[in-house]
Design a binder for this molecule. Sequence first.
Ligand SMILES: [Zn+2]
Length: 256
Amino acid sequence: VVEMAERLVGEADAPVLGVGVGSPGLVSADGTVRQASNLGWEELALRERLETTLGLPGVVANDASAAALADMERGETNASILVVLGEGVGAGLVMGGELFGGEHSAAGELGHVVVEPNGAICSCGNRGCLETVASVPAILRALNAPTDLDPGPDLEDLRRRFGPDRVDVVLSSVGMRVADVLAPIVAMLDLARVRIAVEIQGAAEVVAASAEVVLRSRLLPAVSRVLRVEATGKVDDLVLAGAAGLVARRRLGVVP
Ligand SMILES: [Zn+2]
């Protein structure tokens, strides 16, 4: 990561304000990646390493949180959640127009909420976390598809290979499990918008549609009527925009 940042800074043809990174896992406010089980990172002082090597201010944030911030800036709500189904499952929570980190900067770590107490072993050591049923590898496993598809998986390709009905059943059940976890959060925090991103090109619409049905059925009608549940596009772009936006906020005090 540091080498790539070094190369990019070297190639920049304008003054560089700082370096923003979106990392999976738990990231503390000082830019230390406390635990990213999918990468095998623990207590990695990434921001400090970046700043020492590059001599530039750094910002390191959870990837889903960075994406949520960028997504919020493109929308018109101050209270929303973006759930990202990728290698793991993460979420970023925006409250009052700002990222909400919680006591330990761990807000949004929905992936390790247990939804199947007797389910599969998760990378964190528990059983049946949301991640074991709703991450992209879990979706591919449910289809008996190889988990190392290259280029990344794509909805139409999966439908061709495994049958549209089967693929849609798997994605719909993922949407239901995600909604199980989200319903109390939406009610508790009075969120106006739920956005769902899936790192399978085209799959977010199917997952969001099924999550929407479940969410609407679980919430007070007055809340349900005004809630928006939407699929969002390329999450990588949002993470980059969000990480860059955090640099601008910290350095310039402006919201881009
Ligand atoms: Zn877990």
